[in-house]
Design a protein around this ligand. Structure first.
Ligand code: URA
Length: 437
């Protein structure tokens, strides 16, 4: 087989076979196929697309390009969730203890934040003492006993995706549906769970800007995951505004705890929907039955108890979940005041995420340290009427010099109007795959 022939075949809009895709991905991972040929192939895919069979083959080739996690010991109960990323997205902190308290097994690897989006590992590490590295044996035992363990990426999972993603990033080939779907799913499949629920975000703070694109990505990933033998579901959800009212690492832990203690609102609604899908897939319950059990797990305090056990098991200060003063606190809490009266008709989630990052909550580059206390507490959100002089938000930071730039980014993210905007749905739709037992 010659790489140039495969590039030409794709350029001409023809379908590659599984053997040809294995040849490309294997050769690229081993360093036998150079970046320039892989870039040409990625661009051909960008313009010509891929069939479902090709996308399945690409996903599986990347899944098996490195280590894979074996969760077969947990049988049908191993379950994972993945969010395509957003601002204020602390859903894992809420969903994981709910699902674990109801018999699901979450042996989860999570990422750190980059750019304007946060990462679960950073959020968990804002709890004093919380360890996000565990030995494989401690990881397995914790999942068995408590139902949940979350660690940072470890091992050499999907090296093909790491290489290809970095290449796509600099060759204008990121936003290709089959390349995105296979990139996300190969990592999830390698992480081993039998059931996978995807939270595909769309809107100003997300990778997919429109609902139609979000739905197409959700359908593609559910179809491919099902073809690979996993139980799949995807929620298509709104990321046109930040999720919840707290953005920043320790701040998001506080808001997650509030929801687990019963606070109502959009965040609880979304987490309940995600948890219900996960439980429905791994137990075979109907979604209605799973939803009832989720409500009971929150209202009875069982999910919160699981959160405390989980945090303590990973070395974290569980008392900080009751006494928030034990969590990192910012020295400076600066109010942003409304300069005018009117309705907030739009709050650009990406802009708010960037403002939070400037305050110290995020990284400009991989490897930068973050300030766990930094972030933003919103007092107003899209749809609210605001009087001039009212507090819109509090900016939390330990670096007061960042305040002018952060405040400018925050206020630039707001759109004002005279009329109340139409309420937007939180969940646009749900896609389910076939069951695989
Ligand atoms: N996230 C991923 O992991 N891969 C993509 O291609 C896009 C978003």
């Amino acid at each position: 087989m010659r790489t140039v022939d495969l590039i030409e075949k794709k350029r001409n809009g023809l379908e590659l076979t599984k053997a040809e895709i294995d040849f490309l991905i294997g050769g690229y991972t081993r360093g036998e196929i150079p970046d320039y040929q892989m870039a040409a192939w990625a661009m051909a895919v960008y313009f010509r697309g891929m069939t479902r069979e090709e996308t399945v083959a690409l996903t599986q080739a990347m899944e098996h390009s490195g280590d894979t996690v074996d969760l077969s010991a947990f049988g049908r109960y191993s379950v994972d969730k993945h969010s395509t990323g957003g601002v204020g997205d602390k859903t894992t902190l809420i969903v994981a203890p709910i699902v674990a308290s109801l018999g699901g097994k979450l042996a989860k690897m999570s990422g750190r934040g980059l750019g304007h989006t946060g990462g679960t590992v950073d959020k968990l590490e804002s709890i004093p003492g919380f360890q996000t590295t565990l030995t494989p044996e401690a990881f397995r035992r914790q999942v068995e006993e408590i139902g949940v363990a979350v660690i940072g990426q470890s091992g050499d999972l999907t090296p093909a995706d790491k290489k290809l993603y970095a290449l796509r990033d600099v060759t204008a080939t990121v936003d290709s549906m089959p390349l995105i779907a296979s990139s996300i799913l190969s990592k999830k499949l390698a992480a081993g769970a039998k059931s996978i629920v995807l939270d595909v975000k769309c809107g100003s703070g997300a990778f997919m800007k429109t609902e139609a694109d979000g739905r197409a990505l959700a359908e593609t990933m559910v179809s491919i995951g099902s073809a690979c033998g996993r139980n799949m579901a995807a929620l298509i959800t709104n990321m046109d505004l930040p999720l919840g009212m707290y953005i920043g690492n320790a701040l998001e832990v506080m808001e997650a705890v509030d929801v687990l203690r019963g606070k109502p609102g959009a965040l609880r609604e979304l987490c309940s929907a995600l948890a219900a899908q996960m439980l429905s897939l791994c137990h075979g319950w109907t979604v209605a039955e799973a939803t009832e059990r989720v409500t009971e797990a929150i209202d009875s305090g069982r999910a919160m108890e699981t959160m405390e056990k989980w945090v303590a098991a990973q070395g974290g200060d569980a008392a900080a979940l009751t006494d928030f003063t034990r969590l990192p606190q910012a020295a400076e809490k600066h109010p942003v005041l409304a300069q005018r009266s009117g309705y907030l008709t739009h709050m650009d989630a990406e802009g708010v995420g960037i403002a939070s990052s400037i305050l110290g909550a995020g990284r400009r580059q991989k490897g930068d340290t973050i300030d766990p206390a930094a972030g933003i507490v919103l007092e107003k959100t899209t749809g609210d009427y605001v009087e001039a002089g009212e507090v819109l938000a509090w900016l939390h930071t330990n670096q007061p010099a960042t305040l002018p730039e952060a405040e400018a980014r925050f206020t630039a993210a707001l759109t004002w109007g005279e009329e109340k905007p139409e309420a937007q749905p939180l969940i646009y739709g749900i896609v389910r795959g076939g069951a695989h037992g």
